[in-house]
Design a protein around this ligand. Structure first.
Ligand SMILES: C[S@@+](CC[C@H](N)C(=O)[O-])C[C@H]1O[C@@H](n2cnc3c(N)ncnc32)[C@H](O)[C@@H]1O
Length: 238
C-alpha cells in the first residue's frame, strides 16, 4: 500500500481526537450511518464478524451486545489500545492492511491471522477505512481468503454522489485532507481516494466479489444519501 505509513501516522497522531469525536458524537451523519450498518450486518451476517479498521471500536461493542462474536484488526496502535480499554474483551489486534495482504501471499507469518482463519468468521466489515487508490483489490482478495468461502464482506463508504455535493467533478480522484469538515483539533490529515460507483464495481469484479446488495442510507435531509453500503460475496467458488 503506497501511502499506508503516511495514513497510519496521521491516525496515530490524531487517535485521541478521534476517540473524543466518536464519544461526543461530533459527526452528525453517524446518527444515520451507524444504525444503517448494524441493520445491514444483522440482515447479512450471522453470529461472527471480523472488523477491519475498527477505530475506537464502537461497532464491535454494539455487535457484542447483540451476541455477535467480533474480532477487530486495525493498523493504529493508539486505537487498538483505546478499543481494548473500552471493551470487556481483548478481541482487538494491531495489523495493517499491507500485513494482511503479505500474510495471504505467504510472504510473512502471523499467529493472530492464523487463529482468525481457523475461527471461520461469518463475515468481514470495513466501515469508512479504505483510503488508497491502489491495493484495495489485494486487500479484499486477502480478506476473502481469511474468512471462509461463501461469506460476506460489507463495506460502508462515502457515497459517490457526495462528490457533487462537495462541488467536485464526477470522477474518481484524490481528496486532500481526511479531516476536512470535522470539528476538533485534527492535524496533518492524509489524502484519500474518492471513487465513482463505476470504479467501485470494477474493483469488486477484479476481486472476484459479487455485489449482492447496495444500501443507500438517508440522512436528515431525506433526499440525499449519507453513505453507501456494499454487500459482497465471494464469486470465485460458484
Ligand atoms: C475513519 S476511521 C473508522 C473507524 C471505525 N471503522 C468507525 O467506523 O468508527 C479509519 C480507521 O481505519 C484504520 N486504517 C486506515 N488505514 C489502515 C491500514 N492501512 N491498515 C489498517 N488500518 C487502517 C485507522 O487506523 C482507523 O482506525
Amino acid at each position: 500500500m503506497k501511502f499506508e505509513n503516511y495514513i497510519l501516522s496521521s491516525w496515530q497522531e490524531n487517535a485521541a481526537q478521534w476517540v473524543e469525536t466518536i464519544e461526543q458524537t461530533k459527526i452528525p451523519s453517524r446518527e444515520f450511518t451507524n444504525p444503517a450498518l448494524i441493520d445491514c450486518i444483522k440482515n447479512q451476517i450471522q453470529k461472527s464478524v471480523l472488523e477491519f479498521g475498527f477505530g475506537e471500536g464502537w461497532l464491535g461493542r454494539s455487535l457484542m451486545k447483540e451476541d455477535y462474536s467480533v474480532f477487530g484488526l486495525d493498523g493504529t496502535q493508539a486505537l487498538v489500545t483505546a478499543a481494548k480499554q473500552k471493551s470487556d474483551t481483548q478481541n482487538y489486534a494491531l495489523a495493517t492492511f499491507q500485513k494482511i495482504v503479505n500474510r495471504a501471499n505467504s510472504e510473512i507469518q502471523s499467529k493472530t491471522l492464523d487463529q482468525i482463519q481457523i475461527q471461520q468468521f461469518h463475515g468481514a466489515v470495513f466501515n469508512f477505512c479504505l483510503y488508497e487508490k491502489e491495493g484495495i483489490s489485494e486487500i479484499l482478495k486477502s480478506v476473502s481468503k481469511l474468512i471462509s468461502t461463501e461469506r460476506k464482506i460489507i463495506i460502508q463508504t462515502i457515497h459517490p454522489k457526495s462528490m457533487l455535493a462537495m462541488e467536485l467533478p464526477h470522477r474518481s480522484q484524490w481528496v486532500e485532507d481526511s479531516w476536512q469538515g470535522l470539528n476538533g483539533n485534527f492535524k496533518n490529515g492524509h489524502p484519500w481516494y474518492f471513487r465513482t460507483l463505476e470504479d467501485w464495481l470494477s474493483i469488486f469484479e477484479f476481486s472476484k466479489l459479487q455485489v449482492e446488495k447496495i444500501y443507500e442510507p438517508l440522512g436528515k435531509e431525506t433526499d440525499r444519501p449519507v453513505s453507501i453500503i456494499f454487500v459482497l460475496r465471494n464469486a470465485s467458488n460458484q
